[in-house]
Design a protein around this ligand. Structure first.
Ligand code: TYD
Length: 206
């Protein structure tokens, strides 16, 4: 794969953590600082991804392994079509979810084995790792309260599923603190944004 000149930042966290707000805030700060920002999300973010998103989140009877493969296909398309070209021209790419979501949701939540799912995801994205992953941590009960009544296939899972997902996200962050920032999703949005910006500038990406 060719040179990667840009900066790649992922946001991860449970359903209802408030990632999207933080993605938008960071994008605005980086744009003000003069960087080209490309915002994207997974699943989705490409025409194929949008179709896969619909299948996997709103379709019927998707088996756990099929689910893992659909999320992997979405990432493969997304990396090649959106992320790599943007990084190659020097942009900052911010993605709302990336490989850790699959490692946590399919690996730990669905019990497929996080090591195997990590391997599948690594293959799908040809080993492309974010420079920084911001984990917006939220308790499953609080996430459920914030999501309200409308649920997709993942959100409809029991709190125990979301607790396993949360635990795995935290474990991933603990293993590589130099590549992660964990923020408390119940803090005020301005405070979370301030912490994210502090880390992004500290790492030299601002
Ligand atoms: P989305 O509507 O994008 O929710 P959010 O705003 O919480 O990001 O839904 C994406 C859902 O798909 C979410 O429940 C997490 C799940 N997911 C996986 O299970 N595996 C994955 O690889 C990805 C990217 C998402």
């Amino acid at each position: 794969m060719s040179a990667r000149e840009g900066t790649f930042i992922a946001f991860e966290g449970g359903d209802g953590a408030g990632k999207s707000t933080q993605v938008d805030r960071l994008a605005a700060s980086l744009t003000r600082a003069g960087r080209e920002v490309v915002l994207t999300r997974q699943p989705g973010g490409t025409p194929l991804g949008a179709a896969l998103r619909d299948l996997v989140l709103h379709g019927e009877a998707v088996t756990p392994r099929a689910e893992a493969l659909i999320f992997a296909a979405d990432k493969a398309q997304h990396v090649e079509e959106v992320i790599l070209p943007s990084l190659e021209r020097g942009a900052v790419v911010i993605t709302d979810r990336y490989t850790d979501s699959s490692i946590a949701y399919q690996g730990a939540g669905r019990d497929l084995g996080s090591a195997e799912v990590a391997q599948l995801q690594g293959w799908a994205v040809a080993g492309l790792l974010p420079h920084l992953t911001v984990l917006v941590d939220i308790d499953p009960g609080e996430g459920r309260r914030r999501r309200g009544a409308v649920h997709d296939r993942m959100e409809a899972e029991a709190d125990a599923f979301h607790a396993a997902v949360r635990g795995h996200f935290l474990a991933l962050a603990e293993q590589a603190p130099q590549r992660y920032l964990v923020v408390d999703g119940t803090a005020a949005p301005e405070e979370i944004a301030r912490r994210v910006w502090a880390r992004v500038t500290e790492d030299g990406f601002g």
